[in-house]
Design a protein around this ligand. Structure first.
Ligand SMILES: Cc1cc2nc3c(=O)[nH]c(=O)nc-3n(C[C@H](O)[C@H](O)[C@H](O)COP(=O)(O)OP(=O)(O)OC[C@H]3O[C@@H](n4cnc5c(N)ncnc54)[C@H](O)[C@@H]3O)c2cc1C
Length: 474
């Protein structure tokens, strides 16, 4: 899963690129973590002529912490992934916010039959050995994560359970779950899209630190110096203009001042010396051709096409009464017969070539400081359709799954409220986090990300439009 590492690169380069002389005008496009980091760093360095344009009605971008139940739940970024070489960790480590998360390693079967806890844990440990988000693998360049995981998972299961047909059969039927879990990390629609070997490196230390009910949004408050208290807060609120989508960026390499004119959805135009562009690679995939004038170079368009981007969906569920105990969550895997039976039970609901949408729900997690809330995770190519379902259909479908898998152990009640993500449908994101495909340039040389991050410069080779944000860092 991509993290917010790109912030460190961004913060490091800002002070060197801009020159305080004449207080240049700087427009930051996007008020996600990259945009907020850029703007706050500029303000800290004494630049005053800074404006942030944000298309949504809120700041935060793919950080979306919403008050739901007793605490904040994260429908976007959720964990601080690591304690070493992680700028997010460094920014908050002194505030005693982050907590270790324990994710459930317990499987439940669609037949309702109880899966032995020891066996569940063994399978989980094999999955964790076979797949890590870190792509430092000695495999051919053309191999995808799906090829790699499928082969290695299969081999390991045969080695371990080859002597026991029943266990082997059960273990092999978790493959579908494994695929969904991997998609949750990669953010792709299929596990045959991401390259098995990639430049993403895990940070050291705990990779799953949670925000103890305060939400990932705390990082934005820290950047803006509103947390832990507002006494030293930066004057950023007045610099951010919400609900204003950038439509066109006209840049002129021959101008040494006022080189970029940006037109917005509300009809306003900004003519500035510098632009920092932070929207997602999903936005670039959809709009790069029409947004920039003159158009971007062919090589930039090529990497925008090659860097992968898909989606996952999270649904926060609030229950009138807590029905579970002290578990951390539930992981579901289906038999093929049970998958078919869903089509009979929910005949009106959408399905993908005979696979009902509800079978894309693979895990449900508890969330910190929120005793009546669970988070449901959907991954896979059907997410764009699931995002369009009404709250009523979502609640009924998820309730159906909970009953099917868990009713032998728990007295489940129906969620009375939900809150859900729509990352793919939203034109200001079009997905969740980027990944390197087999077409990406990788390694120590010029990577796809460095090509994407290369600024548009003027005739003096000074940057006038800079590209920052998540996809500019592997
Ligand atoms: C479901 C999910 C789970 C995640 N989990 C984690 C996690 O656990 N840990 C982690 O570290 N990271 C996680 N991430 C990734 C993390 O959220 C992103 O890496 C991070 O938000 C990227 O920040 P950014 O500023 O580059 O882009 P964004 O957050 O996308 O911000 C870009 C901003 O630009 C705005 N924008 C877009 N188009 C325009 C336009 N035309 N005009 C003006 N504004 C525009 C957008 O509205 C947005 O606010 C997750 C993301 C998602 C979606």
């Amino acid at each position: 899963m991509k993290t917010i590492f790109s912030l460190s690169t961004l913060l490091a380069c800002i002070s060197t690129v801009f020159c305080l002389r004449n207080d240049p005008s700087i427009l930051v496009i996007g008020a996600g973590p990259a945009g907020i980091a850029a703007a706050t760093r500029l303000l800290e360095r004494g630049f005053k002529n800074v404006t942030v344009l944000e298309a949504e009605s809120r700041i935060g971008g793919r950080i979306l912490s919403v008050k739901f139940g007793d605490a904040f739940v994260d429908l976007g970024a959720q964990w601080c992934h690591g304690e070493e070489d992680n700028v997010v960790y460094d920014l908050v480590k002194d505030f005693n916010i982050l907590r270790h998360s324990t994710l459930s390693k317990k499987f439940y079967h669609s037949s309702g039959k109880v899966i032995d806890e020891g066996f569940s844990e063994e399978i989980f440990n094999i999955m964790d050995e076979v797949y890590t988000a870190d792509g430092n693998r000695h495999v051919p360049d053309y191999l995808t994560v799906g090829d790699y995981c499928k082969q290695n998972f299969n081999e390991t299961l045969h080695q371990k359970y080859g002597h026991d047909r029943e266990k082997l059969g059960l273990a092999l039927s978790t493959m579908d779950y494994f695929q969904h879990k991997v998609l949750g990390f990669e953010g792709s629609f299929s596990w045959y899209e991401p390259a098995a070997k990639n430049d993403y490196r895990d940070c050291g230390g705990d990779l799953q630190l949670n925000w103890n009910g305060l939400g990932y949004k705390t990082i934005l408050e820290v950047l803006m110096r509103k947390y832990p208290n507002k006494i030293r807060q930066l004057p950023i609120d007045t610099k951010i203009i919400l609900n204003n989508e950038v439509r066109k960026i006209r840049w002129n390499e021959n101008l040494l001042k006022n080189a970029v004119t940006v037109s917005c959805s509300d009809g306003t135009e900004y003519t500035v010396d510098h632009v920092i562009f932070t929207p997602s690679i999903g936005v670039l995939k959809e709009r790069a051709y029409t947004m920039f004038e003159p158009r971007l170079s062919d090589i930039k368009h090529q990497v925008i096409g090659n860097i992968g981007f898909g989606s996952v969906m999270k649904v926060a569920l609030h229950f009138p009464k807590r029905w579970w105990g002290d578990e951390n969550g539930f992981n579901f895997f289906w038999s093929s017969e049970d998958k078919w039976s869903v089509l009979r039970d929910l005949p009106e609901d959408p399905n993908w070539i005979g696979t009902s949408w509800v079978t894309y729900l693979y895990a449900i997690e508890t969330t910190e400081k929120n005793p009546k809330v669970l988070i449901a995770w959907f991954t896979g190519n059907f997410v764009p359709v699931i995002e369009q379902l009404s709250d009523r259909v979502l609640i009924n479908g998820i309730y159906y799954v909970l009953k099917k898998f868990l009713s032998q152990e728990y007295e489940i009640n129906k969620p009375d409220r939900i809150n859900r993500s729509q990352w793919y449908s939203n034109p200001h994101f079009r997905g969740v986090y980027s990944f390197q495909t087999v077409k990406c340039k990788r390694g120590n040389g010029v990577t796809s990300e460095t090509i994407l991050a290369t600024p548009l410069t003027n005739v003096e080779n000074r940057p006038i439009v800079q590209f920052a944000g998540e996809a500019t860092h592997p």
